[in-house]
Design a protein around this ligand. Structure first.
Ligand code: UDX
Length: 439
């Protein structure tokens, strides 16, 4: 059986390593952060992802999953090595490849026989070849004559449902150059292969491009429906009816047509920026992607304008913000639309009572420089004596708010539902001054 090493215990690496162990593979996760590794050994998972802690503990118990900081040992013992380290965005939108390349060099340094090196991190097109060159160069330097293959195997995991997505993917994309590499990948993902998941084999560059094109297209769908929603408001149309109808066209599909305050998270903002950068660098500008990014930036500002237009004067007002993370079921605040909305409102003299079911800790860090924020214990504390409510993230518990209690606790009944989780007509009947997005 193949032995697997996953380098990098961030979101992608940890989910990948744990799920592969759960598939029965002998897996070791490697990270340079000793504290993180020690905690993981004890079953303490540094990220919030439903089901992950239990899965880590179970697989550690069965000794299918191990954690180490010892890269040499991990590379020595494994014949399949995933690179899942970070590729943080740089000033110009391009991804920082330093960590990926450093890992490639280390792999070459510790190699003791054939290795299949798999790129799991989202990387600019051409990185696979660069990884190949780095390994080959280092092997040459060290006078080692060893065989290896490099594969690009992008992930499509959503935060909050990462385990389900890993175990029930729509597709497994494998960018490989040799039959041997393809066969090993089939073995690694045997469980999925046997479940008739489509396996798509491409060259390395196409696999790298698939990841970007996939995410950029989804981001484009969101920006498109957000623009349609904004126009609907002006012309008296309902974006919900429009999205529902266009989604019935099989060529469009019903998913990712929910308007809102703009997309956030660790993937869409970063990947659209990176793809736009790759386009510019190669003299083939991605105009739709550039527009998608602009529309998304603007959407957050539009939400603030919507609030200002409705309330006329914002100075001295107190608003409750319900939901801070970029989407429900995660504690991730990266590029969350709430950040822009809160900062802009604070600039306009608004006091903000904020609450999120899981993301409070992260939110405090992300909003550390903003004054006039009160961090509340729950949604009802947040709405006490406020002049309006803004639902930014559609956590389930906000779908069933006690509306009577809300109304009696608020100073004025402004209700900005940036996720369209309430019915406008009903809310108006109940006496709220209700505003959705595109309704
Ligand atoms: C995404 C991709 O779905 C995943 O395949 C990729 O690997 C990583 O990026 P994730 O960032 O976890 O996953 O979240 P996702 O559920 O896709 O939502 C992304 C953002 O788009 C959120 O801010 C969400 O609120 C927003 N969104 C999504 C909308 O505004 N409208 C929609 O219709 C769908």
């Amino acid at each position: 059986m193949h032995k697997i090493a996953v380098v990098g215990t961030g979101y992608v690496g940890l989910v990948t390593g744990t799920c592969l162990a759960d598939f029965g593979m002998d897996t070791v996760c490697v990270d340079i952060n000793e504290e993180k590794i020690n905690n993981l050994k004890k079953g303490q998972v540094p990220i919030y992802e439903p089901g992950l802690t239990e899965m880590v503990i179970r697989n550690v118990q069965y000794r299918r999953l191990q954690f180490t900081t010892d890269m040499a040992e991990a590379v020595n013992n494994a014949d399949v090595i995933f690179i899942a380290v970070g590729t943080p965005p740089q000033e110009d939108g391009s991804a920082d490849m330093r960590y990926v390349m450093a890992v490639a060099e280390q792999i070459a340094t510790y190699m003791n026989g054939y290795k299949l090196v798999i790129n799991k991190s989202t990387v600019p097109v051409g990185t696979g070849q660069k990884v190949k060159n780095v390994i080959a160069q280092k092997l040459k330097e060290l006078g080692k004559d060893m065989e290896f293959d490099v594969v690009s195997n992008p992930e499509f995991l959503r935060e909050g449902t990462a385990i389900y997505d890993f175990t029930h993917p729509d597709k497994v994309v494998i960018g490989a150059e040799t039959e041997k590499a393809k066969e090993i990948m089939k073995d690694v993902y045997r469980v999925l292969y046997l479940n008739e998941t489509p396996f798509i084999y491409t060259n390395i560059e196409s696999a790298e491009m698939i990841k970007y094109a996939n995410n950029a297209f989804l981001a484009l769908k969101i920006s498109f429906i957000n623009e349609v929603a904004n126009l609907c408001e002006k012309v008296g149309a309902s974006v919900q009816q429009v999205a529902n109808a266009i989604g019935k066209d099989g060529r469009i599909g019903s998913k990712f047509l929910h308007p809102g305050p703009g997309y956030g998270g660790s993937c869409f903002p970063k990947d659209t920026q990176a793809l736009a950068h790759i386009g510019r660098e190669n003299g083939s500008p991605m105009q739709l992607v550039e527009a998608t990014i602009r529309v998304n930036d603007n959407q957050k500002i539009k939400m603030v304008q919507k609030i200002e237009e409705a309330m006329v004067e914002l100075q001295g007002k107190k608003l409750a913000v319900l939901g801070l993370t970029f989407k429900p079921k995660t504690d991730d605040m990266r590029d969350a639309p709430s950040l822009t909305i809160i900062k802009e409102l604070a600039k306009k003299g608004v006091t903000l009572n904020v609450y999120d079911p899981i993301g409070m800790h992260e939110a405090k860090t992300s909003l550390a420089n903003v004054e006039s924020i009160n961090y509340c214990m729950d949604e009802y504390e947040a709405i006490q004596d406020c002049d309006g409510i803004i639902i930014v993230t559609e956590w389930h518990q906000f779908r069933n708010l006690d509306l009577e209690r809300l109304k009696s606790s608020m100073k004025s009944p402004f209700f900005f539902d940036l996720r369209n989780i309430y019915d406008k007509q009903r809310m108006n009947q109940l006496g709220f001054n209700y505003f959705g997005v595109g309704v």
